[in-house]
Design a protein around this ligand. Structure first.
Ligand code: GUN
Ligand code: ZN
Length: 433
């Protein structure tokens, strides 16, 4: 058995702070995290726990740093890494102008592997240890990403884009080939180690009803796989869906008709939704991925968290790179705060970091494995350097409370805050100073 321990300030969430207040979080100013065979063995005050440890166990001293569970990114596109920050368009034009030409390159497996490697490195340097990721229409794009994630032993979810209309010929499959390629990938990768497959129709406009039916069939034929797609992001998109699916009562119904809702279905955005659609999301346990930097970047609209809470819709946070403008969960939470401010709502810092950790794990139905430091969970965590920049050191030095520190991290933070990232108790990233 391999054991090691980490000394630092340690924070994690046991429940949703919106419902449970401060009792939802546990914080040890001078804490010790004990890890055995890649899993959490114990957490407590340093002064108590150190006495119980065998003398052979090494203690890594991160005093002055803050340890938290690894961040969970509910929605992102690895092929779009190279076109992050592409100027000046809203969703549909942005897809045609920038996204589709870029995604074409992933027909080449070697190219895909190189970008997947860069992407996973970037996740780790930002403290993101789990992500739900779009590939491209090419099945080899997903092989490339899973190979890289497997080499890092990361818990990662991904899928091949299904897209059989309204896209260039070089990026389309067919209803049947999408089924066959997805099935092949599911058999090769789903539940292999820490990997999970997500059936991935891009969004309703780029799939025929026949293809969405095949997506539903995949969920039936392979119980336990996930589904990821996009929903109600942009007003022009909504109008387009209404013309493409004249028999659907609304955008959500274009998916619902084909059995694509449920607790393992994750839809990015969900900005422009009726009360009735929210109710069907809630009733089916379907999850939304709120992607704040993307929504601001593409001018898509303001996600209404209060309404989702009121109606019981599950959600957590995604970066949506490359429409999203950062890999950093800190920057993403910063924009989430601002989006709520524009609606006269103040997102509490505890709520933000809950959403990025345990909230994300719950949204993915992975909370038995991930999200906090309860004994037996997988030891994916980040070490945060509160003095990573002169401004950060100066500002956190003036904070009186943990809430203030957390808020400052989410407003001013970026990848420079991440001192190290651990996967299953092993260091996967170390910042070079
Ligand atoms: N809707 C369909 N495809 C995409 C995509 O790649 N990015 C975003 N933000 N929205 C989409
Ligand atoms: Zn997206």
């Amino acid at each position: 058995m391999t054991s090691h321990a980490f000394r630092a300030s340690i924070l994690h969430y046991l429940d949703d702070p919106r419902l449970q207040g401060e009792s939802a979080r546990e914080y040890f100013e001078d804490g010790l995290l004990l890890i055995e065979n890649g899993r959490i063995a114990a957490l407590g005050p340093y002064s108590d726990l150190i006495k119980t440890l065998d003398s052979h166990i090494t203690v890594e001293d991160y005093s002055g740093h803050l340890i938290m569970p690894g961040f969970i990114d509910l929605h992102t596109h690895y092929p779009q890494t190279e076109m992050i920050a592409a100027y000046g368009r809203q969703l549909l034009e942005w897809l045609n102008t920038y996204t589709f030409p870029t995604e074409r390159k992933f027909a080449d497996k070697d190219y895909a592997k190189a970008i997947a490697t860069f992407f996973v490195d970037e996740l780790l340097r930002n403290g993101t240890t789990t992500a739900m990721v779009f590939g491209t229409v090419h099945k080899q794009s997903v092989d490339a990403l899973f190979e890289v994630a497997q080499a890092q032993d990361m818990r990662l979810l991904a899928g091949k884009v299904m897209m059989d209309r309204n896209a260039p010929d070089f990026l389309t499959d067919t209803a049947q080939s999408a089924y066959d390629d997805s099935a092949e990938l599911i058999e090769r990768w789903h539940e292999k180690g820490r990997l999970h497959y997500a059936v991935t129709p891009r969004f309703a406009p780029t799939s025929t009803p026949e293809q969405l039916q095949k997506a539903g069939q995949l969920l039936q034929d392979y119980p336990g796989v996930y589904l990821q797609s996009h929903l109600a992001e942009n007003r022009d998109e909504l109008a387009w869906v209404a013309t493409l699916f004249p028999n659907a009562r609304d955008y959500l119904d274009a998916y619902e008709q084909f059995g694509l809702l449920g607790p393992k279905s994750i839809y990015a955005h969900g900005i422009h939704l009726s009360e009735h659609a929210c109710q069907r999301l809630a009733d089916s346990g379907t999850v939304l991925a709120h992607c704040p930097t993307s929504n601001l970047f593409l001018g898509s609209g303001l996600f209404d968290m209060e309404r989702m809470h009121a109606q019981g819709v599950r959600f957590a946070i995604g970066t949506d790179v490359g429409a999203g403008t950062s890999f950093s969960m800190f920057q993403t939470l910063g924009d989430a705060y601002k989006i709520q401010q524009l609606q006269s709502v103040s997102l509490a810092p505890d709520q933000s970091f809950y959403l990025a950790t345990l909230g994300g794990a719950r949204a993915l139905s992975l909370e038995t494995h991930l999200g906090n430091f309860l004994p037996g969970k997988e030891a994916d965590f980040v070490v945060i350097n509160l003095k990573s920049t002169p401004l950060m050191a100066f500002r956190t030095g003036t904070c009186q409370t943990l809430n203030e520190v957390l808020f400052v991290l989410s407003m001013l933070g970026d990848d420079r805050l991440i001192e190290a990232t651990y996967i299953l108790g092993s260091k996967a990233y170390q910042r070079e100073n």
